[in-house]
Ligand binder design. Structure first.
Ligand SMILES: C[S@@+](CC[C@H](N)C(=O)[O-])C[C@H]1O[C@@H](n2cnc3c(N)ncnc32)[C@H](O)[C@@H]1O
Length: 243
């Protein structure tokens, strides 16, 4: 999988003409967003998972876990600390290769669903889940920005890198971010939890993005880095609760 397009990491830009790109960058930045990137498009993700499916077929490689294994451990630790029951309904938004679902199923969670708008991601996660001999994992091809009505009533919604990807969409990222918040509100039950891990948005920015309908419960500890005498976090992980 390509390296994340993060504020503190490698930035992979699309193939737009330089002038058009500069204009869009200005527009997006005025809207409190980021320069558009291929990482915000479905074509990009289809190409990624086509490659990953091939690698899985050829050598059984499950592909990359976005933000590494520690990003999954951090979420699981929080779920254990809060004694989230094993029958809680969990939705992984933009599940990719579904490795987080695999971890949850191994721990005994029995009502877990992964969605992704890339059918190839859902194919890959299905193959991995089959290889692991796990059942009780629901997988659906769904665009979270245009979700089916049945995508509602979840206790917990997880996002690892998907809001980041959507924020980089070259075609109206601001609207897409607003639609994401609406979809999330519909997907969660009242008082449900939303756990987001992002490498593009700071804590304050995420508080602003999810200010309507959600309140912050806690910030999960993430690794810090120091550069030029200043320190910061390479990723932000927050827990929100639906009001
Ligand atoms: C950065 S990857 C993260 C994958 C996975 N969550 C992980 O942690 O490894 C972003 C994922 O979001 C998916 N995605 C992006 N926009 C989406 C949308 N509108 N609806 C559903 N999935 C989306 C992509 O196909 C991709 O699998």
């Amino acid at each position: 999988m390509a390296a994340p397009s993060c504020r503190h990491g490698t930035v992979i830009l699309g193939t737009m003409e330089v002038e058009e790109k500069a204009e869009k960058e200005e527009e997006e930045e005025e809207e409190g967003g980021f320069a558009p990137s291929a990482l915000g498009t479905r074509e990009h993700w289809d190409a990624v998972y086509e490659r990953e499916l091939r690698a899985f077929r050829e050598c059984g490689d499950s592909g990359e876990i976005w933000f590494g294994e520690e990003s999954m451990n951090r979420l699981i630790k929080w779920m254990e600390k809060c004694k989230i029951p094993l029958d809680a309904s969990v939705l992984d938004i933009g599940t990719g290769n579904g490795m987080f679902l695999v971890e949850l199923a191994k721990l005994g969670y029995s009502d877990i669903t992964g969605i992704d708008y890339s059918p190839l991601a859902i194919q890959l996660s299905g193959r991995i889940i089959e290889k692991e001999g796990l059942s009780n994992i629901k997988l659906q091809v769904e665009d979270f920005l245009n979700p089916s009505p049945k995508l509602s009533g979840f206790h917990i919604c997880i996002d690892k890198g998907t809001f980041d990807a959507i924020s980089l969409n070259p075609d109206g990222a601001l609207e897409k971010r607003k639609q994401y918040v609406k979809s999330l509100f519909r997907a969660l039950q009242d008082k449900g939890f939303f756990l987001i891990t992002s490498c593009n948005w700071t804590k304050d920015e995420l508080l602003n993005e999810f200010s309507e309908g959600f309140e912050i419960l806690e910030e999960l500890p993430t690794p810090t880095f120091t550069f030029g005498g200043r320190s910061g976090n390479s990723v932000t992980a927050l827990v929100f609760q639906k009001k």
